[in-house]
Design a binder for this molecule. Structure first.
Ligand SMILES: [Ca+2]
Ligand SMILES: [Ca+2]
Ligand SMILES: [Ca+2]
Length: 436
């Protein structure tokens, strides 16, 4: 029924647009809150069929999907129950792949609205859980002064989005590095947003531990260095979103968007689609990279430690180049902090961790439940797989020679894992496969 309503809306929008002035807003970009979104429960699309030809075995290979992309490929993802793959390019373009064939026309091109290059660009993409009904999706991009989460919508053509997106949350930033960029919907229907500490070195504005703007320093920005959580299905007065009432500072004590604190640059992370556990790679500054795993439902209010600690090491100017002006910073006590499940040293070749995805697909049954992760310094760090066990945490190196410059390991709607990469300022896409 809802699907039919959406189809009619698309048809109506299509006929309206013929007579609409060219600069009128997209007719089917209905903002959340003005008219409530279709709730997720009434909007179930048909599940995709299980893999027709499952393959046994645990020998991992990466199969390259051509053609390469003109700029760094940063993420591959899909709407729920949608067989297509959407690949994010740093320059601001999203490409659609159908049956591994790239469509000639981009899905979205916001390259004129963003700052791209290095750590900046179009960094994240998350489809609304009810995308099949409401056609809404969210992007995370950088400008030269902010990190922006924006709401976008599809047109009557399912493979083309409206070119203009509406900023939902704009977080001021002061440096080109440490921009976070990953966004995902949780099983609670809220949008989770990972932000970096803003940049520079040693978190100079003391953002990651801050709960309020302007404290402890005048230039402190509270929404940086955090996991945020917002409700995009409703609007608070003057906002494009509402605050989930169960956020830890929803009623005071800190910025209400904050969900967890103490992150430096959570570039890539994901929810385990079977358990709801969250796996967060936090890129370390000088000595150590972090893989943090938090069980489902336990993320609220967590403090991951930066810039008091880098992984399990107390920050100090001498050892880790963490700037710690006297009196501006908490002492290195570990009470109340969440430490990583895995940390890897720069001395062993880890520079910028790429947390990944826990395999929950049906094509390779022997790797189900393993989380695959690596480092942007891919060839030195290598590929690894990990899982929580009854007694703790298990991590195992995966014998494969990886291509250099991996930027993400993420799943499509079937749970199949795709790997993106940058090389010579071009992008590449791979499918992770397991063989006998
Ligand atoms: Ca920044
Ligand atoms: Ca940490
Ligand atoms: Ca590092």
């Amino acid at each position: 029924m809802r699907t039919l309503a959406w189809a009619l809306l698309i048809l109506a929008a299509c006929s309206d647009s013929k007579n609409a002035p060219k600069d009128s807003p997209p007719p089917n970009d209905t903002p959340p809150g003005d008219s409530p979104l279709v709730d997720a429960a009434s909007c179930e699309s048909a599940p995709l069929p299980a893999c027709a030809t499952p393959v046994s075995g645990t020998r991992i290979t990466l199969r390259r999907i051509l053609p390469d992309l003109p700029d760094a490929a940063l993420l591959a993802t899909s709407p729920k129950n949608d067989a297509r793959l959407f690949v994010v390019e740093r320059s601001g373009v999203i490409h659609v792949y159908e049956n591994e064939i790239k469509r000639a026309t981009p899905f979205l091109d916001v390259s004129n609205s963003i700052a791209a290059g290095g750590e900046q660009g179009l960094l994240g993409l998350a489809f609304h859980p009810s995308y099949s009904c409401n056609g809404l999706f969210f992007i995370y991009y950088t400008t030269n002064t902010a990190n922006v989460i924006a709401r976008c919508s599809v047109t009557a053509d399912a493979n083309v989005a409206n070119p203009t997106c509406t900023p939902v949350l704009s977080i001021p930033d002061f440096a080109g590095n440490h921009n976070g960029g990953m966004i995902e919907f949780g099983s609670d229907g809220y949008l989770y947003i990972g932000t970096g500490d803003g940049g520079g070195g040693g978190d100079p504005n003391r953002n990651a531990q801050a709960l309020n703007n302007g404290s402890p320093q005048g230039d402190t920005i509270a929404l940086l260095g955090k996991m945020l959580r917002i409700d995009v299905n409703n609007k608070a007065p003057g906002k494009e979103y509402a605050i989930p009432p169960t956020n830890p500072y929803a009623t005071g004590g800190g910025a209400p968007e904050i969900f967890a604190i103490g992150l430096r640059n959570p570039w890539r992370w994901s929810f385990d689609k079977a358990t709801g556990d969250i796996w967060i790679g936090d890129v370390g500054q000088r000595g150590n990279e972090e893989l943090n795993v938090v069980k489902a439902g336990e993320l609220s209010g967590k403090n991951f430690g930066w810039s008091i600690y880098e992984a399990n090491v107390c920050c100090s100017a001498a050892v880790l180049a963490c700037e710690q002006p006297a009196g501006s910073h908490a002492a290195c006590v570990n009470t109340g902090l969440t430490f990583p499940r895995d940390s890897r040293s720069a001395a062993s070749g880890w520079i910028s961790i790429i947390a990944g995805e826990t395999y929950r697909g049906s094509c390779y049954p022997d790797i189900v439940g393993w989380h695959f992760y690596t480092d942007h310094n891919t060839q030195t760090a290598g590929l690894h797989k990990a899982r929580l066990t009854a007694t703790g945490f298990e991590t195992v190196p995966v014998p494969i020679t990886l291509p250099s410059g991996i930027t993400s390991i993420h799943a499509d709607a079937r749970g199949e894992i795709y790997v993106t990469r940058v090389f010579n300022n071009m992008g590449a896409l791979y499918h992770l496969e397991a063989n006998p």
